[in-house]
Design a protein around this ligand. Structure first.
Ligand code: NAD
Length: 300
C-alpha cells in the first residue's frame, strides 16, 4: 500500500533511501537544511518541503536520517515536528544516536500522541543506494510491524531487537565488536611482519581457524589476501574511520551510563578517535593497521 512519508535529512544515506521509497511508489515529502540536497532529491522524485514540519503535516510516517541525537531531539521538541504531525504518526529514526537520546526521542514522540521506532542501519552508502541496508529496530511490536513495509523498501533485512533504544544498542554493540576485532587482526598482521611470517600465510591459517572474523576475511587490513578489501585501494572507504570513531563514542557513552568497564571497547574508542582526527580522516577504518607498526617496519 502506498504511504505518504516525510523524509528529513537527505544526505549521503537519506538521499538514496528517500529515492528508494519513491521508486517503490510512496509519496515522499523531503526536507534538508542544505538546498542543493533538496534539489538532488527532487530529481529522484522527492517533493521538496519548505520545512521539516511542513513535510510532516499529513504524513503517515516521518523518517529522520540525521547526524546526531541533538538534531533529532531538537527537531522533535523545538522545531515543531511532533506538533505538526497528525495524531498517531509513525516516527522512524534511522540516524545513529546515543542510546539515552533514543530513549528521550521515544518519550517525546509518545508524549505527543505518536508512535516511535529507532531503526539505525548498517550497510553504508552502497547499501542505501542498492536498498540492501540492515535495520536494527527498537520499539513495540506494533510499531515495528507498521514500519516493516517501509524498511523493506530501503533495505533487505530488518531485525526487531527489542523495546525503545534496542536498535541503537544493537548497532553500537556490533560496531564495538568490529572495532576491537579489526585492531586485533591488525596487531596480528603487524606481529607476523616482524616475525617474518607472510600476510598470505597468516590469512590462510587464521581465516579457516579460530581467528576467523569479518575484519579478517572481508575487510582484511593488509593488501593481498582479500582483493576487494579497502587495503587494496589505498584504504578508500568502505566504512570511514570517522564514522567508526563516532559509533565508538556512542558505545563509550553507553558503557559509562551502564557502569560497564569494557577496557578493550574504551581503548578502541580512544584509538579510533585519535586516528579519525589525524591521518585516518578520509580513510577506511582498517587503515588503523598503519598506526600499529613500529616506526620503520611498514610493508603496506
Ligand atoms: P550526512 O551528514 O550526509 O547527512 C545528514 C543530513 O542531515 C545533512 O544533509 C544535514 O544537512 C541534514 N540535517 C541536519 N540537521 C537537519 C535539520 N534540522 N533539518 C533537516 N536536515 C538536517 O550524514 P549521513 O552519512 O547521511 O549519515 C546520517 C546518519 O546515518 C548518521 O547518524 C550516521 O551515523 C548514520 N550512518 C551513516 C553511514 C554512512 O556510511 N554514511 C552508515 C551507517 C549509519
Amino acid at each position: 500500500m502506498s504511504a505518504t512519508v516525510a523524509f528529513i535529512g537527505l544526505g549521503h544515506m537519506g538521499g538514496p533511501m528517500a529515492a528508494n521509497l519513491v521508486k517503490a511508489g510512496h509519496r515522499v515529502l523531503g526536507f534538508d537544511l542544505v538546498p542543493a540536497l533538496l534539489a538532488t532529491a527532487a530529481a529522484t522524485g522527492v517533493e521538496p518541503a519548505g520545512s521539516a514540519a511542513e513535510a510532516a503535516a499529513g504524513a503517515d510516517a516521518v523518517v529522520t536520517m540525521l547526524p546526531a541525537g541533538h538534531h533529532v531531539l531538537s527537531l522533535y521538541r523545538e522545531q515543531g515536528l511532533l506538533a505538526a504531525a497528525r495524531p498517531g504518526t509513525l516516527f522512524i529514526d534511522c540516524s545513529t544516536i546515543d542510546v539515552a537520546d533514543a530513549h528521550a526521542a521515544h518519550e517525546a514522540v509518545v508524549a505527543a500522541g505518536h508512535r516511535a521506532l529507532d531503526a539505525p542501519v548498517s550497510g553504508g552508502v552502497v547499501g542505501a543506494e542498492a536498498a540492501t541496508l540492515t535495520f536494527m529496530a527498537g520499539g513495540g511490536a506494533e510499531q515495528f510491524a507498521a514500519a516493516e513495509p517501509l524498511l523493506g523498501v530501503m533495505g533487505e533485512k530488518a531485525v526487531h531487537c527489542g523495546g525503545p533504544g534496542a536498535g541503537q544498542a544493537a548497532k553500537i554493540c556490533n560496531n564495538m565488536i568490529l572495532a576491537i576485532s579489526m585492531i586485533g587482526v591488525s596487531e596480528a598482521f603487524v606481529l607476523a611482519e616482524s616475525l617474518g611470517l607472510d600476510h598470505q600465510a597468516l590469512f590462510d591459517v587464521a581465516s579457516t581457524a579460530s581467528g576467523q572474523c569479518w575484519a579478517l576475511t572481508v575487510n582484511c587490513p593488509v593488501p593481498g589476501p582479500v582483493p576487494a578489501s579497502p587495503a587494496n585501494r589505498d584504504y578508500l572507504p568502505g566504512f570511514a574511520a570517522p564514522l567508526m570513531a563516532k559509533d565508538l563514542g556512542l558505545a563509550a557513552n553507553a558503557l559509562r551510563a551502564a557502569g560497564v568497564e569494557a577496557p578493550l571497547g574504551l581503548k578502541a574508542a580512544e584509538m579510533y578517535a585519535a586516528f579519525a582526527a589525524a591521518e585516518g580522516a578520509g580513510l577506511d577504518f582498517s587503515a588503523i593497521v598503519r598506526t600499529l607498526r613500529p616506526q620503520n617496519g611498514s610493508t603496506a
